[in-house]
Design a binder for this molecule. Structure first.
Ligand SMILES: N[C@@H](CCC(=O)N[C@@H](CS)C(=O)NCC(=O)O)C(=O)O
Length: 214
C-alpha cells in the first residue's frame, strides 16, 4: 500500500502522523500543503479533506483518512507492531487521555485558523502569545504529573506510544511560542529522549522536504 501524507513541515497535526509512520517503519510519499499560501483551502486539497485542515493520508487503495488521531489509530490497527498502545485497558485509557489533552484541549485553541480569527478581532501579536501560552500551560500542567507517574523514558513507559506522537509536536509548538518549559521537567526529559530517537528525528519539522531554512 503506497501511503501519501499531506503535510506542512511546521504544522503539528501532520507531525504526529509522521512520527507514527516512522515508528511503524512505514515509508510514505510527502505531499506538501503550504499553509502560509492557504493551499489547504484550494479545491485540489479541500476535495481530500472537507475540513480544509492537514493532515490527510491517502492509503493507495482509494481511501483518504483525515484527523491525526484517527489516522494513528488506523495505523495501530493495520500495523499492530510496534504497538503504540499498551495492552492493559486502563493503561490504554491513560495513553489516550494524554493524547487527548493535546489533541482536544490544547491544539484546537491555538491552531492557525484560531490565530487568524483572533487577529481579525483585533488581538495583536502580544495578545495572541498570551492566549496561546495560556492553553499550552494549562495542558502541560495536567500532563506533567501524568508523565512523571507513568513515564520511564517516554510519556508512558520506556517505549514510544500514541502519547509521545502527540506530546512531542506540542513541545515543538510550545518552544515556537516561547513557553517556559522549566516547570515541566518530566515533559522535557521525554522531549530529550525523543530527540535522540531516529523515528522522531526523521519526523522533525526541520527534516521535511518543504522545510524553510532560517
Ligand atoms: N483535529 C485535527 C486538527 C487538524 C489541524 O488543525 N491542522 C492544522 C495544522 S496543525 C491546519 O491544517 N490548519 C490550517 C488552518 O487552520 O487553516 C487533526 O488532529 O488532524
Amino acid at each position: 500500500m503506497a501511503l501519501t501524507l499531506h503535510s506542512y513541515w511546521r504544522a503539528t497535526a501532520p507531525y504526529r502522523v509522521r512520527i507514527g509512520l516512522n515508528l511503524k517503519g512505514l515509508p510514505y510519499d510527502y505531499a506538501p500543503v503550504n499553509l502560509l499560501k492557504a493551499e489547504q483551502n484550494d479545491e485540489a486539497y479541500a476535495g481530500l479533506n472537507r475540513q480544509e485542515l492537514i493532515p490527510a493520508l491517502r492509503t493507495g487503495d482509494g481511501h483518504v483518512l483525515t484527523q491525526s488521531l484517527a489516522i494513528l489509530e488506523w495505523l495501530e490497527e493495520v500495523h499492530p507492531e510496534p504497538a503504540l498502545l499498551p495492552k492493559n485497558p486502563f493503561d490504554r485509557a491513560t495513553v489516550r487521555a494524554m493524547a487527548a489533552i493535546v489533541a482536544c484541549d490544547i491544539h484546537p485553541l491555538n491552531n492557525l485558523r484560531i490565530q487568524k480569527q483572533l487577529t481579525a478581532l483585533g488581538v495583536d501579536d502580544a495578545g495572541r502569545n498570551v492566549w496561546t501560552q495560556r492553553w499550552i500551560n494549562d495542558g502541560f500542567r495536567a500532563l506533567e504529573p501524568m508523565v512523571a507517574v507513568h513515564g520511564r523514558g517516554f510519556a508512558f513507559g520506556d517505549a514510544p506510544t500514541l502519547a509521545d506522537c502527540l506530546l512531542i509536536p506540542q513541545v515543538y509548538s510550545a518552544e515556537r511560542y516561547a513557553v517556559d518549559l522549566a516547570p515541566y521537567p518530566a515533559i522535557r526529559a521525554v522531549a530529550d529522549a525523543a530527540a535522540r530517537h531516529p523515528a522522531f528525528a526523521a519526523a522533525h519539522p526541520d527534516n521535511q522536504p518543504d522545510a524553510v531554512k532560517a
